[in-house]
Write a protein that binds this ligand. Structure first.
Ligand SMILES: Cc1cc2nc3c(=O)[nH]c(=O)nc-3n(C[C@H](O)[C@H](O)[C@H](O)COP(=O)(O)OP(=O)(O)OC[C@H]3O[C@@H](n4cnc5c(N)ncnc54)[C@H](O)[C@@H]3O)c2cc1C
Ligand code: FES
Length: 283
């Protein structure tokens, strides 16, 4: 788990990138603690706001040399709308880094990165690390439309093995990011697939990766309230190394999980064989 700081972070720049706003923040002390797969939680609406829940965002980039972190934000509802009204020079209340990051490989390996939309944001730092260690990387970047793709140029700067998919066919292959997955795993000989996007995509990525003999590491976006492990609003059923299934908190035990351990089809239910299910009134 990360060791987060709570700070007021100055907004240094806001840049439109397709459907997204890329927000650069000065975050003293935070950047050096960030690992790929960590997230940040931003307060919205000021001290008197009725919006009590912080909003969670993947940390896209962290640069300890200049004490900055960047986030990629899409306007969804009131919270993100208010956040994106903050002008350059203004500040936001930031808690970061949060969560358990992706496991980092100790040596060279071949990895495939699969994302939907802004889900690519937390993947680039890890892909660059693997490339810097002498490994090989490939990407499948998917989105609903061309405007919702994120990071295609950055991926192409890192590797020639980049596939783009869009649901409407406005860029790349028409279809979901999982469509070319099995072929892509074979083509680059991927030992592991790292993915971030909607739960259904992560489930499908894990199924294909496992069938192809690759590990699957997933960054999940489970709805969160406290973000620090106290409220249990973000739990997922996960099989532990002892073979026993338990609810684990995606904000502290995740959001990066071994996809093969997540009981994807049971998410949102209380499986009767779960450790502690009886105590929850499930018989
Ligand atoms: C670990 C994690 C990483 C995320 N990373 C990003 C990112 O990099 N970029 C980005 O644009 N968005 C990201 N999200 C989703 C982002 O948190 C929501 O879009 C945001 O909270 C919506 O708030 P809102 O008030 O604008 O929308 P509303 O729909 O009005 O939100 C109402 C409530 O629902 C919750 N909520 C709504 N959508 C989501 C969602 N998809 N996931 C979790 N909670 C949600 C909000 O936190 C809020 O409490 C991430 C979510 C998680 C859990
Ligand atoms: S969001 Fe509260 S325990 Fe995870």
């Amino acid at each position: 788990m990360a060791h987060p700081l709570q700070i007021r972070a100055e907004v240094l720049a806001v840049q439109s990138v397709g459907a997204y706003q890329q927000v650069l923040l000065r975050a003293p002390g935070v950047a050096a603690r960030v690992r790929p797969g960590h997230f940040a939680a931003l307060a919205v609406g000021g001290e008197d706001s009725s919006m009590l829940r912080r909003r969670a965002f993947w940390i896209h980039r962290a640069d300890p040399a200049v004490e900055t972190v960047s986030l990629v934000i899409v306007e969804r509802g009131r919270g993100t709308r208010e956040l994106l009204r903050t002008r350059v020079g203004g500040t936001v209340d930031l808690v970061a880094p949060l969560g358990t990051a992706f496991p980092q490989p100790a040596g060279p390996m071949t990895a495939l990165f699969v994302a939907d939309g802004y889900g690519s944001a937390p993947l680039f730092a890890l892909a660059e690390l693997i490339a810097a260690q002498g490994g090989a990387v490939g990407f499948i970047l998917g989105a609903a439309t061309a405007e919702h793709l994120f990071g295609v140029d950055a991926a192409r700067a890192l590797t020639a093995d980049v596939l783009v998919t869009t649901d409407d066919g406005s860029a790349g292959i028409k279809g979901r990011a999982t469509l070319p997955l099995a072929e892509a795993i074979k083509a680059i000989g991927a030992e592991a697939v790292y993915s971030c996007g909607p739960r259904e995509m992560l489930q499908a990525v894990t199924a294909v990766a496992t069938a192809e003999g690759a590990r699957s590491f997933c960054a999940v976006e489970q709805g969160m309230a406290c973000g620090v492990g106290a409220c249990m609003s973000c739990v997922l059923p996960v099989v532990g190394e002892d073979g026993i299934s338990r609810f684990v908190r995606s904000c502290v035990d995740g959001p990066c999980f071994d996809g093969a351990r997540v009981r994807w089809t049971d998410v949102g239910t209380i499986p009767t064989d779960l450790d502690g299910a009886a105590a929850m009134g499930v018989h």
